[in-house]
Design a protein around this ligand. Structure first.
Ligand code: DX5
Ligand code: ZN
Length: 214
């Protein structure tokens, strides 16, 4: 399992310190939640802060857009050279066009599905995608409870991925901890995003990340 801690649960007064801690603690990607206050009822960080994150990080950035105007935000964050940019399909009229745009910028394209969105909606996009991100909570906040129904959805998506593009990764985001990571793995997920569990583990960040590497 690849692990992408979400810096939404970091101490923003010591952001560089916390980004260094997850990178030294063995994470694979640094998950960055960008919220615009419109697509989701929360507002987080823009390119100035994400640039500071990129400077402190020794692992690639995994940017998760939760915004209304995807193209605008892709252009805003592309200069920071993230590994992935994920955008929500619920908010995009022309997902195939945006995938091509992201790839043209030298970034790996990924689509996010909210809990209610069926996996079949990405079937004919899979051959052009490097990752599909399944939300296992409603996007907007850290520290919510994992929605178990997403495991069945992950299994359906895994079959589609095997058929259309086996190289495409499956990522899951929301409420992930050592309590569900084995079920997540069994459902075919490759990358686990985890915020509050990683940053608030009583035995520390390194231990938390190790416990997710199943
Ligand atoms: C929620 C974000 C998640 C969140 C995960 O909208 O996309 O990345 O920070 O946090 P936990 O692991 O606490 O659910
Ligand atoms: Zn996220």
């Amino acid at each position: 399992m690849l692990v992408a801690p979400s810096i939404l649960s970091a101490d923003f007064g010591h952001l560089a310190r916390d980004v260094e801690a997850i990178c030294e603690g063995g994470c694979d990607f640094v998950h960055v939640d960008v919220m615009d206050g419109h697509f989701v009822p929360n507002l987080t960080i823009g390119p100035v802060v994400v640039e500071a994150v990129a400077k402190a990080a020794t692992k690639p950035l995994d940017i998760h857009l939760m915004v209304e105007n995807n193209t605008f935000f892709v252009d805003l964050f592309a200069p920071l050279k993230p590994e992935f940019i994920s955008f929500h399909i619920e908010e995009e009229k022309h997902p195939h066009r945006l995938i091509q745009k992201i790839r043209g910028l030298g970034i790996r394209p990924s689509i996010v599905l909210n809990p209610h969105t069926p996996p079949q909606c990405v079937e004919y996009l899979l051959e052009d995608l490097d990752m599909v991100l399944l939300m296992s909570v409603n996007p907007g906040f850290g520290g919510q409870r994992f929605i178990p129904g997403v495991l069945e959805k992950a299994k359906v998506l895994k079959e589609l991925v095997e058929k259309r593009n086996p190289k495409c990764l499956i990522e899951i985001d929301g409420g992930v901890s050592d309590a569900n990571i084995h079920a997540v793995k069994e459902a075919g997920v490759d990358v686990a995003v985890s915020g509050s569990y990683v940053f608030r583990h009583r035995n520390g960040i390194r231990h938390a990340i190790e416990s997710l590497k199943v």
